[in-house]
Design a protein. Structure first.
Lengths: 149, 175
């Protein structure tokens, strides 16, 4: 019991210490509120911008739209080779989402980024200058299967 | 005839020694962050910014700006990213953060190191995106990624500011 009480006491002391160093001033908290409000507004605006229409995967190299695909049916997949500054980035679109299966870049962040399937999600390979974006909602259904290349 | 070299004053030497020790701290944190498992392709906790905050409070604005620049150069040299896109993005973020922090520190009444750090973190992240969009991937869709990463920056900026406040208080106590 004594041990438990002292543990509770030290736990409370730790929280008090943390609160002391992390509470900030009123100006800091105002700044926090303004920042959070700005971020919330921006994310709502982006969500509104990108969620209209059926889900489509856009693949860009710099300003050029290389390809645009809808998500395929379950069990099927689309493989696209996007030629960038360093070489070819292999992009796979399947019912799980879209991902980079290989990339000529050194960091491999784009490959490690894994699958993305939600509207507004982006995978970028900066060294190879390839950008993959998802627009539209999968709930809206696939209304067409046009491919722009 | 041997001309004697003027000896620098003790305060000037002390200032330089403090700046160098902070640079070492900043570079160590920069390299440590690079070695950390990635929390996402665009995200680092910004620990090196703590050294810039300390330099701002202890050594002044000029030292803080120089520290932010040299930290990226030496850090980039050590981790092998010097003059690569990573280096350019990091430099843009570092300079934007230190300018934003200086401005906030001077102009915003009632702000502490926590608020300054928060502004620095937001400026760092935003500048990185603007740099990538304007120099590497010319697609505004890139900004879709920004809000969630700014949210993480708010958290880490606040924590780093708290840590910097604690370090400054400990340093003052030991003086």
């Amino acid at each position: 019991m004594v041990t438990l009480a002292s543990e509770n006491g030290s736990g409370q002391k730790l929280w008090r210490e943390l609160w002391h160093w992390l509470k900030g001033s009123w100006a800091d908290r105002m700044l926090l509120l303004v920042s959070l409000a700005g971020i919330l507004y921006a994310s709502q605006w982006i969500h509104h911008e990108v969620s209209a229409g059926p889900a489509m995967v856009d693949i860009f190299h710099d300003e050029v739209l290389l390809a645009q695909y809808p998500f395929p049916e379950a069990g099927k997949s689309i493989h696209f080779d996007a030629e960038g500054e360093l070489g070819i980035s292999e992009i796979v679109i399947d019912s799980e989402g879209v991902h980079f299966s290989s990339s000529p870049c050194q960091t491999q962040y784009c490959v490690l980024n894994g699958h993305h399937s939600e509207s507004g999600e982006v995978i970028a390979c900066v060294p190879n200058r390839i950008l993959v974006t998802i627009k539209g909602s999968r709930k809206n259904g696939i209304q067409y299967d046009a491919i722009v290349e | 005839m041997i001309r004697s070299i003027p000896r620098p004053s003790l305060p000037s030497l002390e200032h330089k020694a403090k700046w160098l020790s902070m640079l070492l701290l900043a570079v160590s944190l920069h390299v440590f962050e690079a070695a950390l498992p990635s929390l996402g392709p665009w995200f680092k906790p910004g620990l090196a910014n703590i050294a810039t905050l300390l330099a701002l409070v202890i050594l002044g604005p000029r030292a803080a700006v120089m520290l932010a620049i040299w930290r990226v150069i030496v850090g980039g040299f050590l981790i092998g990213t010097l003059f690569t896109p990573t280096f350019i993005i990091s430099m843009a973020g570092g300079i934007a953060a230190v300018i934003a922090m200086l401005t906030a520190w001077r102009l915003l009444p009632g702000i502490t190191l926590i608020g300054v750090s928060l502004i620095g973190a937001l400026a760092h992240m935003t500048a990185q995106f603007v740099t990538v969009e304007s120099l590497f991937i010319h697609q505004q869709a890139l900004y879709y990624l920004l809000p969630p990463l700014l949210l993480l920056s708010v958290v880490t900026g606040w924590m780093n500011g708290g840590l910097a406040t604690y370090i400054v208080a400990q340093l003052k106590e030991s003086d």
